[in-house]
Design a protein around this ligand. Structure first.
Ligand SMILES: *[C@@H]1O[C@H](CO)[C@@H](O)[C@H](O)[C@H]1NC(C)=O
Ligand SMILES: *[C@@H]1O[C@H](CO)[C@@H](O)[C@H](O)[C@H]1NC(C)=O
Ligand SMILES: *[C@@H]1O[C@H](CO)[C@@H](O)[C@H](O)[C@H]1NC(C)=O
Ligand SMILES: *[C@@H]1O[C@H](CO)[C@@H](O)[C@H](O)[C@H]1NC(C)=O
Ligand SMILES: *[C@@H]1O[C@H](CO)[C@@H](O)[C@H](O)[C@H]1NC(C)=O
Length: 458
């Protein structure tokens, strides 16, 4: 044999081996597809059986398809890892890992593909804006804006005497009702009381697109003195029965609230198997929050203004204590979320206002992905319209300000003395979220110095 022949032979052999390898690969892929089909069929049967079982056992309509789908996916994963045999030998598939996987499946709920987003924030953190990311999703979304306002207004005096424990339990129960499209727990707190489940006084009804749809609009009966409750159309008082029907018909539900102060009080809600809750906590630089509140709630913050003028801030003052309390609550909630306790695994996301201002679209996409809801073109368009400076035909930029610039405005409105107070009182909170301290006024107002550390939280 010439070396040429040998070479040729080697090439031939290699080709044959390659061929064999390809065939094996195809065989494995084929087996997987067959397995997937079988599993899919089985899961269909399983879900039909479980549906029947569930209907017998539980009053609420529930759907196990989520679980069985997850189950089949897991089975497929295990099958694949066994077939390929490269990454993981089945004999070395540790019990711990299996436990981990089973554990994971345990966190899947019976919500039947419905997603429930709870947007937790405090005032002046841009929560109305972020709420719109979900409100604008489209016809598959039922969004509520601050429904707990009614509860707080009715119960705060009593709750203060009660150290807040009772109030947080009621907040939780009302949220649970609303996520299940049951308005009756909330109705007890609406004042004046709804008549036959109809009310003209739902707080900020017009902030929920789904409460202003044609189908929930009862006719405007009375005269011109009747207030209209929706921007886009003339709507009579809200019929909560219709609202509940509309809610039930929608795939996804989102509620924004600035009234829940401690994340751990929500554990029973998050663990409710009928719901698939995702909590998004929205935070912001506490110095910016104070600056913004001093502008927005000017009369309430006159003490701070006086302090800023005479440079003396009594740290034992009630106002300062309240600021500290707020910061501590926010930090403690975030610590609970970030520590990923079992009940919150894959259910908690921390988002900073400043990151949303810098990358609104990217952050919105991340939130949707986290929530397990497909990002919609309607939401995308709304964000585009409301974040970018719009270029007019003439080529001149409009006066609409760019959101990352807006996010830094506070640095020029907060007196340095007050920034220092916030840093002292809210230090641990600022550190946790990556907000840089400033030691002099020059740094505070020098825009080329960023006060934001880059952080990944989840
Ligand atoms: C699994 O097998 C690999 C390689 O054989 C080894 O490095 C690894 O330590 C094993 N893992 C366990 C959990 O036994
Ligand atoms: C609030 O009061 C309840 C009983 O009234 C008590 O069990 C609880 O420990 C108190 N919580 C705090 C934070 O003081
Ligand atoms: C509210 O809507 C429900 C469901 O359509 C209807 O039965 C009820 O009569 C309405 N209530 C009023 C006061 O119009
Ligand atoms: C918004 O303002 C920031 C800071 O001034 C700047 O870096 C960014 O390019 C601006 N974005 C747009 C879209 O104008
Ligand atoms: C702002 O900070 C930058 C970077 O530290 C520095 O170069 C610049 O001189 C500062 N500007 C003023 C006005 O202090």
């Amino acid at each position: 044999m010439t070396s040429y022949d040998q070479q040729n032979n080697t090439v031939e052999l290699t080709l044959q081996r390659e061929d064999l390898r390809m065939k094996t690969k195809y065989a494995i892929v084929f087996i997987c597809i067959v397995a997937l089909v079988i599993i899919e069929k089985e899961s269909n049967i399983l879900s039909r059986v479980s549906d029947r079982l569930i209907q017998r056992q539980m009053p609420q309509q529930q759907d196990f398809s989520n679980i069985t789908q997850k189950g089949s996916l897991m089975a497929l994963k295990m099958l694949l890892s066994r077939l390929s045999g490269t990454k993981r030998d089945s004999s070395n598939y540790s019990e711990e890992e299996e436990e981990e996987q089973l554990d994971d499946s345990g966190t899947y709920s019976y919500a039947g593909g419905h997603k429930h987003v709870l947007l937790l924030a405090t005032t002046r953190t841009g929560s109305s804006f972020v709420g719109e990311f979900f409100n604008q999703h489209g016809e598959n979304m039922f969004y509520l804006f601050e429904p707990l306002w009614h509860v707080e207004r009715m119960l705060t005096p009593a709750a203060e005497a009660n150290n807040g424990t009772v109030l947080s339990g009621i907040y939780r129960d009302v949220l649970q009702g609303l996520f299940l499209c049951d308005f009756s727990p909330l109705e007890k707190f609406i004042s004046p009381s709804p008549q036959d489940h109809v009310t003209p006084s739902l707080f900020r009804r017009e902030s929920s697109l789904s409460l202003c749809e044609e189908r929930v609009c009862s006719p405007v009966i009375r005269d011109v003195f009747e207030r209209y409750h929706c921007k886009s159309r003339r709507c009579g008082p809200l019929n909560l029965t219709l609202a509940s029907e509309s809610c039930l018909s929608k795939q996804h539900h989102a509620i924004k609230t600035v009234r829940v102060h401690q994340l751990d009080t929500l554990q029973p809600l998050v663990e409710d198997p009928r719901l698939d809750i995702k909590v998004i906590q929205l935070v912001r630089d506490p110095r910016a929050i104070l600056a913004s509140r001093m502008v927005a709630f000017s009369s309430k913050y006159h003490t701070w203004k006086a302090w800023a003028q005479n440079g003396q801030v009594p740290e034992d003052d009630e106002e300062v204590k309240r600021l500290k309390g707020n910061c501590d609550h926010i930090r403690m909630s975030a610590e609970v979320g970030l520590s990923q306790p079992h009940w919150l695994r894959n259910r908690y996301m921390l988002v900073r206002y400043e990151d949303i201002a810098l990358y609104p679209m990217q952050k919105a996409e991340e939130m949707y992905k986290f929530a397990g809801i497909p990002f919609s073109s309607l939401a995308r368009e709304w964000i585009l319209r409301n974040t970018q400076t719009t270029q007019k035909a003439s080529g001149i930029y409009s006066t609409q300000k760019n959101s990352s610039e807006q996010a830094e405005k506070w640095r020029f409105t907060i007196p340095f003395t007050l920034a220092q107070v916030v840093q002292r009182v809210c230090g641990p909170t600022m550190k946790l979220f990556g907000y840089r301290f400033v030691n002099d006024e020059m740094t505070l107002t020098n825009k080329s110095i960023s006060l934001l550390e880059e952080r990944l939280f989840n």
